[in-house]
Design a protein around this ligand. Structure first.
Ligand code: NAD
Length: 504
């Protein structure tokens, strides 16, 4: 039956988990989850529509008073049990994530799943450290208290590139702060979000705290954005859809949190450790087959190192092993879908008319042709205003360009509409400090590119959005601050009353 079945030994009862119960959506349409390594259907589910979103929001609203009133210790306890369940099912999570995305199993085993578990543990601790500002008598007449309160029902919409991690980044800070949530995962990769929602119930979170509705963006996504009971929307995805999210959410004046696209620069100064920069650029651009919002996409290399850098990167990229993502030896799996493969190929094909494709540049032939694979690719000689430099390709493609002065390198790094992440490569502390100060991005690494940690904020500037995921900073998004003011003199007549009813 459509919407049910097993993947890597995990049973799915449909594309939704509403009020703690898994089942099919009722939009009347079906969606295939496809293994992009083979093109085969992994599972077919019935899509969620407006009525499912309504039910999920009602379940979240019903669960809110109890969950918001739970003590920090109770919330932390449930999250600790969730971390334990994820740990026990880590291998299943890794296999299901690989089956729906094509990520190499070594990436899901060593990065996606452990990173997600660490996130749960972090928020279990953070839930107990959520506090308002200490009280004081600022005017001598009142005691002020700042309360940090949950926002209410949060609607979250997630992308397909890191389905489990993105679900975690949305769900965890929201529920740790006492909110309840309805998550709409990307329709092509819903499976690990569904597992998460079921494990949340097993961990003892009240039914309705975490709900998942899998449906199309235009249908289930927009229903969530427009729903009057939803008080906040948190979205991770592309910049054009983020703009649409803001537009729809504005009609009911929802709080909006947007983590959008990126086009991360990778700036190599002429005193950098060349070998480290070459290896960092390959890892930073090919992680998750380049489908990473923080991936290194534009390497600007100071002229003395330029030729050696291009040769070095191409050499390492040629050694990357494409293959079956379930094989632990595989370095790079397919892109997430045939559609994404065609999109990436389109950028590279068009670039041949104005730039040089140094290595890669096509879908591999032979056995891998059945999947959505694309070779690791280096492009040079592209003009700064060309689309491969300015737009998000979201594939294993690194553009390398030279620069002369430090000023020029930093100016080029800042010359796109995005501002999510960047890195600077230098052994000179003054250069490093300048680059980190002047590059406009939510994260600037020095002599590395990609590592993230639960304790530190992730989020963009410019058209990469606003708001922070992970870290204590995310509570600023998922809580609202209330000022409580208590009169402490007990006097019926206040001095300021003179301004209202004279000197009586
Ligand atoms: P996308 O914007 O196409 O879709 C994201 C989600 O939005 C999906 O769940 C989709 O169904 C939904 N959606 C689409 N149209 C909608 C609409 N009109 N109303 C409501 N929901 C709608 O993005 P994608 O292709 O899934 O993911 C890739 C993008 O995500 C890239 O741009 C990438 O940079 C970005 N991303 C950003 C971060 C970050 O932290 N900044 C992290 C991961 C991915």
């Amino acid at each position: 039956m459509a919407g049910t079945g097993a993947v890597a030994g995990v049973e799915f009862a449909g594309g939704t988990v509403i009020g703690g119960t898994a089942g099919p959506g009722t939009a009347g349409s079906e969606h295939d989850v496809i293994d992009p390594a083979t093109g085969e259907v992994v599972i077919t589910f019935q899509e969620a529509g407006e009525a499912d979103v309504d039910r999920a929001v009602a379940a979240a609203a019903a669960a809110f008073p109890e969950w918001a009133g739970a003590t920090p210790g109770e919330r932390a306890g449930a999250l600790n049990r969730l971390a334990q369940l994820l740990e026990e099912r880590a291998e299943q999570y890794a296999q299901v994530e690989t089956a729906q995305t094509g990520k190499p199993i070594k990436l899901t085993r060593e990065f996606d799943v452990p990173g997600s578990i660490d996130n749960v543990s972090f928020y279990a601790g953070a839930a107990r450290n959520l506090e308002g500002k200490a009280s004081a008598e600022y005017d001598g007449l009142h005691t002020s208290v700042v309360r940090r309160e949950p926002v209410g029902v949060v609607g979250s919409i997630a992308p397909w590139n890191y389905p489990l991690q993105m679900a975690m980044w949305k769900v965890l800070p929201a529920i740790a702060a006492g909110n309840t949530i309805v998550l709409k995962p990307a329709e092509i990769t819903p499976l690990t979000s569904l597992m998460l929602a079921e494990d949340a119930v097993r961990a003892g979170l009240p039914a309705g705290v975490v709900n998942v509705v899998t449906g199309r963006g235009r249908v289930a996504g927009e229903a969530l954005l427009a729903h009057p009971t939803v008080r906040m929307v948190s979205f991770t995805g592309s910049t054009p859809v983020g703009s649409r999210v803001m537009e729809v959410a504005s009609r009911t004046v929802k709080r909006v949190h947007l983590e959008l696209g990126g086009k991360a620069p990778f700036v190599v100064f002429d005193d950098a450790d060349l070998d480290a920069a070459v290896q960092g650029a390959v890892a930073g651009s090919l992680i998750n087959s380049g489908q990473d919002c923080t991936a290194a996409t534009r390497a600007y290399v100071q002229r003395p190192l330029y030729d050696a850098f291009v040769a070095g990167v191409a050499d390492v990229m040629r050694g990357v092993r494409l293959g079956d993502p379930q094989d632990p030896q595989t370095d790079q799996g397919p892109l997430v879908s045939r559609r994404q493969q065609e999109r990436v190929a389109g950028f590279v094909d068009r670039a041949r008319s104005y730039a040089t494709v140094v290595c890669g540049g096509q879908a591999p032939a032979g056995d891998l042709a059945k999947g959505a694979y694309f070779e690791p690719t280096v492009i040079t000689d592209a003009p700064q205003d060309s689309e491969v430099v300015q737009e998000e390709i979201f594939g294993p493609v690194l553009v390398v360009l030279p620069f002369d002065s430090d000023e020029e390198g930093i100016a080029l790094a800042n010359d796109t509409p995005f501002g999510l992440a960047a890195s600077a490569w230098t052994r000179d502390v003054v250069r490093a400090m300048r680059a980190t100060r002047e590059i406009q991005a939510g994260c600037v690494w020095v002599n590395d590119h990609i590592p993230i940690i639960s304790e530190m904020p992730h989020g963009g500037m410019k058209r990469s959005g606003f708001g922070k995921d992970m870290s204590q900073y995310s509570f600023d998004e998922y809580t609202q601050v209330k000022h409580v003011s208590l009169e402490i003199t007990g006097e019926p007549r206040k001095d300021w009353h003179r301004t209202i009813f004279g000197d009586r």
